[in-house]
Design a protein around this ligand. Structure first.
Ligand SMILES: Cc1ncc(COP(=O)(O)O)c(C=O)c1O
Length: 386
């Protein structure tokens, strides 16, 4: 029989996260691979969802999302970034940011269109560009500083470029794009009349006094930017998959055109709970980022003495290391052997690159875990150098 998988999905087998999480389970390892917190977000949010279920909000929600969540998302964009969006025509609720990414790419990219995308990439970008029939054009963020190469950015855009897909704070490098980088992207987008899709799921996870600034706040960008985020990371409820896309009505309507045939509508009782969560006081957002910064520092302080070269992230849940000082040079081999040898799971960077060499010696560790879990992982990893 011929291979059943369509050619455009060739090479998009099981995600590395599923593979490594299965390995974590079968070896009883501590999973610092997949980025999910091991403590749920605020109990009041969970209570709100339970109450919504008990109150009978269990049938299909409106396709665009329940009105209170669309309002809350618009209020959130105004409160944190000074951006005004109409909740009725410029906000779309999706099943996680993942669906917003898929729906927007399927809606906006035609076969043959080029999509400029930061590499290393979050894995769904590659698959969704492929499903849309687009061509990805990577811009590599390279160690040690993982900054955006502005010359490469300019040469990456061609007459066939339809959109730029940007992620900041960036998974897996932890880069938070700075004003110079964001301005360059904005200037180019305006000059070449490009659409920009930005994945901002880590918008509230930035460290050392840095803050996230959405691309939509730059001159000429509000009308060409679709901003994607979700409640999963911000409220430590990654399993809920309540996300959204915000932007000018034409981009949001186009995204809805695809979304309606993917899921039609997203989890009804979870939406009012995330709406309430978005109105939480500033303290919540501040304390949340501070607690993750402390975890970043805890993991870094544990890995450095073992010989790892640590690249401290400016944001996100993830810390990257170079494994070469320990005598290894291939992250894939290192990560495949790690659970058996030490009982810890991590993710090799190279799976996120077309330029495999750029990511080969790099390994990603998730630190959104309880302190005791981070400490136990360090303890186990110490056997590497004993
Ligand atoms: C960059 C990035 N985008 C999107 C997602 C997925 O978000 P959601 O769980 O809301 O679908 C993740 C999750 O790890 C991510 O790291």
């Amino acid at each position: 029989m011929r291979t059943p998988l369509a050619a455009r999905l060739a090479g998009q087998g099981t995600t590395i996260f599923a593979e490594m999480s299965a390995l974590a389970l079968s070896t009883g390892s501590i999973n610092l691979g997949q980025g999910f917190p091991d403590v749920d977000g605020p109990a009041s949010i969970v209570e709100d969802a339970v109450n919504a279920m008990r109150a009978g909000r269990n049938q299909y929600a409106p396709g665009w999302g329940v009105p209170e969540l669309r309002r809350a998302v618009a209020d959130h964009q105004r409160r944190f970034y000074g951006l005004d969006f109409d909740p009725d025509s410029e906000v779309l609720v999706t099943t996680g940011a993942t669906e917003a990414i898929a729906a927007s790419l399927l809606a906006l990219v035609d076969p043959g269109d080029e999509v400029v995308v930061l590499e290393p990439y979050y894995d769904s970008y590659v698959a969704c560009i492929a499903m849309a029939g687009g061509q990805r054009v990577p811009i590599t963020l390279r160690a040690p500083d993982f900054r955006l190469d502005l010359d490469r950015l300019r040469t990456a855009v061609t007459p066939r470029t339809k959109l730029m897909l940007i992620n900041s704070p960036h998974n897996p490098t932890g880069t938070v794009l700075n004003d110079e980088e964001l301005s360059a992207i904005a200037q180019l987008a305006v000059e070449r009349d490009l659409i920009v899709v930005t994945d901002e799921v880590y918008e509230h996870i930035t460290f050392d006094g840095l803050s996230h600034r959405p691309l939509a706040t730059y001159d000429g960008m509000r009308e060409r930017t679709l901003t994607i985020s979700s409640g999963g990371k911000t409220f430590s409820l990654t399993g809920w998959k309540v996300g959204w896309a915000v932007g000018p009505a034409d981009l949001v309507r186009a995204t809805m055109t695809a979304k309606q045939f993917l899921t039609y509508t997203s989890a009804a009782p979870l939406q009012p709970a995330i709406a309430a969560a978005l109105t939480m006081a500033d303290d919540y957002f501040r304390d949340f980022a501070a607690s993750l910064q402390a975890k970043r520092d805890r993991l870094a302080a544990g890995l450095e003495p073992l010989g790892f070269k640590v690249f401290k992230p400016q944001g996100t849940y993830f810390l990257t290391t170079d494994i070469r000082p320990l005598g290894y040079d291939d992250g894939i081999d290192f990560c495949l052997g790690l659970p058996e040898r030490t009982g810890v799971v991590a993710i090799p960077h190279s799976v996120f690159y077309d330029d495999k060499e750029a990511g080969k010696p790099l390994v990603r560790w998730a630190f959104c875990k309880q302190d005791a879990v981070i400490d136990a992982a360090i303890e186990r990893l110490a056997t590497l150098v004993r």
